[in-house]
Design a protein around this ligand. Structure first.
Ligand code: URP
Ligand code: ZN
Ligand code: ZN
Length: 458
C-alpha cells in the first residue's frame, strides 16, 4: 500500500465517521476502522477531518477577456487550487466563429497538460454555430470527454452572446448527446440601456456597475433560461446565480421535476453590493454583480433547502493595474475576481461555524459537481474512486492575504478575511501536493478528466 491515512473524521455528503483510508495506485482501496494494513507512508490525522478534494467547476484560466488575459494561467491557477483543497478544476475554453469544439479544447489541453498541478476538465463555451455545422460536432466533443457546453446571454458587444434561438439549438443538441448546457444569465440590452444613461449623467464609479445590472436584469434572464429549459424539456445548469428571484424560480422548476441545476459562488455568499461603494470597489467588479443582502440571504436559504447544487468560484482574477483602467469608467474594469484557493476553506469555515454541515459543504463543492458533470472517478471518499483527499484542521486559524495565496494575482477581494479551520494537506490521486501552507506538487501531475455523458441524478 502506498498511503494510509489513519484516525480521521471521514466526511461524505451524507455521513461522518472515524476511519482509516488506504490508497493504492492512486485509488482509494479500503476504508475502515483500524485497518490492519502496512503502507509506505502512514499519516495519523486524529482530530482532523478527511474530505474529498473539491472540484471547482467554474474557472477561467489564461482567459482572453476584458481587453486582457486573466491573471492566473494553468500553472498558477492549479497551484492555487491545490493549496485550497481543490483537486480538479474545470476551465472554459472559448469556441470562436469558424472554429470547432474539439479543436478549441485540444488547443487548451495542450497548454494545460504540462502545467496542471491538479486534475482538470473543460466545459466549452459556444459563441457561434458556424451556420449550424457546429451542432454536428457535439457528439465528437462528448467522445473527447466534454459533456457540458456553455452559452452567454450577455457580453453582446464582446461577441460572446448567443441569441435565444441559438441557445435553444445548443440545449437541444446537448441533451441529444447526453450533455448539459451551462448558462450565464443576464439581459444585455437592459444593461446597455443603463450604461448609456449613467455615462450621459457622468456616473462612472464601480457602484454604477451594480446599478447598471439591477437585480431584475439577472432575474429576467434566469427566468427566461428556465422557461426555455422547461418548454424544450432540456437540462440546464445556471452558472454563478446570484439573484433571490432567480434562485426562487429555479426552486419551483426543480420541484416540478425539471433537470435544472444551480451554481452560486462564495463572493455572493460573503459580500453584498455595498462593496461597490468602497474605494477599491472596482476590485469586486464581476458579472453578475454581487447583489444586496436579500439575495445573499436567499442564496444561503437555498443552500439549506438543497436548491443550490454547487458552489464554484468563477475564478477570473485581474491585476490591480487592469482593474484601475476603470477607475473613472466602470465599463472599462475587466470583469472577474479570484477565488479558487478560497472556495473550500470558506465553505468549510461556514461548516465549522455551524451555518451548514460539513456534509453539505462536501456535497456542494465535491460530490454534486462530480455527479452533475460526469466525473465518475471523483467527488467522494469511496472505495475505487481517485484518492483526491483533503485533510482539514478545524482549529487552525488562517487570515487570507495576498502573500499567503499561491496565485499570480496582486490583490484579492478576500484580503483580511479570518477563517477558523483550514486545509492542511491536499492529495491528488494519492500524491501530496499541498502540505501545511506550502505547495509541494509539480506541474504536469494533473491529468485531463475525460467525462462521461449520461446520468446526473442519484
Ligand atoms: O465577471 C465574470 N464573471 N468574469 C468571468 C466571465 C464570466 O462571466 O463568467
Ligand atoms: Zn459568467
Ligand atoms: Zn465565469
Amino acid at each position: 500500500m502506498e498511503l494510509l491515512i489513519k484516525n480521521g473524521a471521514v466526511v461524505t455528503e451524507s455521513s461522518s465517521f472515524i476511519a482509516d483510508i488506504a490508497v493504492k495506485d492512486g485509488k482509494i482501496s479500503c476504508i475502515g476502522k483500524n485497518l490492519p494494513i502496512e503502507a509506505k507512508k502512514v499519516v495519523d490525522v486524529s482530530g482532523k477531518y478527511v474530505l474529498p478534494g473539491a472540484i471547482d467547476v467554474h474557472t477561467h484560466l489564461a482567459m482572453p477577456f476584458g481587453g486582457t488575459v486573466s491573471a492566473d494561467g494553468y500553472l498558477s491557477g492549479t497551484r492555487a487550487a491545490a493549496c485550497g483543497g481543490v483537486t480538479t478544476v474545470f476551465d472554459y475554453p472559448m469556441q470562436r466563429k469558424g472554429k470547432g469544439i474539439v479543436e478549441t479544447v485540444e488547443e487548451r489541453n495542450r497548454m494545460c497538460a504540462p502545467e496542471a498541478c491538479v486534475d482538470y476538465a473543460f466545459h466549452c463555451i459556444i459563441t457561434d454555430l458556424n451556420d449550424g455545422t457546429l451542432l454536428d460536432e457535439f457528439q465528437a466533443a462528448v467522445d473527447y470527454g466534454i459533456t457540458s457546453f456553455k452559452c452567454f446571454m450577455v457580453y453582446k458587444k464582446e461577441g460572446l452572446m448567443v441569441d435565444d434561438g441559438t441557445l435553444v439549438k445548443v440545449m437541444l443538441k446537448a441533451k441529444e448527446v447526453g450533455a448539459i448546457t451551462n448558462l450565464h444569465a443576464e439581459n444585455p440590452d437592459i444593461i446597455d440601456f443603463y450604461i448609456e444613461r449613467f455615462k450621459k449623467e457622468g456616473k462612472t464609479s464601480a457602484w454604477y456597475h451594480y446599478l447598471s445590472r439591477p437585480e431584475f436584469v439577472e432575474e429576467e434572464a434566469d427566468k427566461r433560461a428556465i422557461h426555455w429549459a422547461k418548454a424544450f424539456n432540456v437540462p440546464l445548469y445556471i452558472v454563478h446565480l446570484a439573484s433571490k428571484a432567480g434562485v426562487e424560480a429555479a426552486a419551483v422548476a426543480k420541484m416540478e421535476g425539471y433537470d435544472i441545476y444551480v451554481e452560486t459562488c462564495p463572493h455572493y455568499l460573503e459580500f453584498t453590493s455595498e462593496v461597490y461603494k468602497r474605494e477599491d470597489g472596482r476590485n469586486f467588479v464581476c458579472s453578475p454583480p454581487i447583489k444586496g443582502k436579500e439575495s445573499q440571504d436567499a442564496l444561503w436559504a437555498a443552500i439549506r433547502k438543497g436548491t443550490v447544487d454547487v458552489v464554484a468560484t468563477d475564478h477570473c482574477p485581474f491585476q490591480s493595474y487592469e482593474k484601475d483602467w476603470g477607475k473613472d469608467d466602470f465599463t472599462k474594469i475587466p470583469n472577474g475576481c479570484a477565488g479558487v484557493e478560497n472556495l473550500y476553506p470558506y465553505m468549510l469555515s461556514k461548516a465549522n461555524e455551524g451555518k451548514i454541515s460539513f456534509n453539505t459543504a462536501v456535497k456542494l463543492c465535491a460530490t454534486n459537481p462530480a455527479r452533475i458533470f460526469g466525473c465518475t472517478e471523483k467527488g467522494s471518499l469511496t472505495v475505487g474512486k481517485d484518492a483526491d483527499i483533503v485533510i482539514y484542521d478545524p482549529d487552525k486559524e488562517f487570515t487570507i492575504t495576498v502573500s499567503n495565496m499561491h496565485s499570480d494575482y496582486d490583490h484579492t477581494i478576500w484580503e483580511g478575511k479570518k477563517l477558523k479551520g483550514y486545509p492542511v494537506q491536499t492529495y491528488v490521486r494519492g500524491e501530496l501536493v499541498y502540505d501545511d501552507g506550502k505547495f509541494v506538487g509539480k506541474p504536469g501531475l494533473g491529468k485531463f478528466v475525460r467525462r462521461k455523458p449520461g446520468s446526473r441524478k442519484g
